[in-house]
Design a protein around this ligand. Structure first.
Ligand SMILES: [Ca+2]
Ligand SMILES: [Ca+2]
Length: 201
């Protein structure tokens, strides 16, 4: 049997700040640091993207009373990249669910980023050494507010990624938390190694 282990890192950051009348742009980069060719690929990827305001016992949500996430896109910023369909809408108590199995053609080029490695017609697989990026807007509620307005709220961007391995076991990362203003914090959902602890770096 082929050997390989997916090892996914999830890193979110802010591309541009959120202005009083201009949405901020943020992104989440998902990278497979695994080994083993297609045996180490992550298949049937789904993600969630939301906000949290507590790194230790987070609530995880798509909007709150002052801010919401939206305009999710891949392979480019909102308005430039490919718009993503929302699988499950974010609420004040749940993040947005985003499934990349919506892509029935390659969204980012052959051999780059997401590919259809298992031949099911869905470009929702990520080989070792590959990465893909989801971009989104952070938008104040209401979407135009009087100035001056604080640049960022208390909420921090967060994301999870789930996949199945070649052996069909499902792995879900723990919630990815990020500080305000683009600091990063990633956790690897590599629970298929003998080490049951998530790797932190
Ligand atoms: Ca591709
Ligand atoms: Ca596929």
């Amino acid at each position: 049997m082929a050997n390989g282990v997916p090892n996914i890192s999830v890193v979110s950051s802010d591309v541009t700040p959120e202005g009083a009348c201009t949405p901020g742009v943020s992104k989440v980069v998902y990278t497979n640091n695994g080994t083993g060719g297609n045996a180490g690929a992550a298949y049937n990827i789904t993600t969630t993207v939301g906000m949290t305001n507590n790194n230790t016992s987070p609530s995880y949500k798509g909007l709150d009373n002052g801010q919401k996430l939206g305009n999710f896109s891949i392979n480019g910023e909102p308005g430039v990249g490919i718009t993503m369909n929302i699988a499950t809408a974010g609420t004040t108590s749940a993040p947005f669910g985003l499934n990349v199995n919506q892509f029935t053609s390659d969204p980012d080029g052959v051999g780059t980023g997401l590919d259809d490695l298992d031949g099911d017609g869905q470009y929702d697989d990520l080989a070792p050494g590959k990465s893909f990026t989801i971009y989104l807007n952070r938008i104040y509620i209401p979407d135009t507010v009087s100035c001056p307005r604080k640049t960022y709220g208390q909420d921090q961007l967060a994301s999870t990624l789930s996949y199945t391995s070649m052996c069909s076991s499902t792995v879900t990362s723990t919630q990815m938390l990020n500080g305000r203003g683009g600091s990063t914090y990633s956790l690897l959902p590599n629970f298929e190694s003998n080490d049951s602890r998530p790797d932190l770096w």
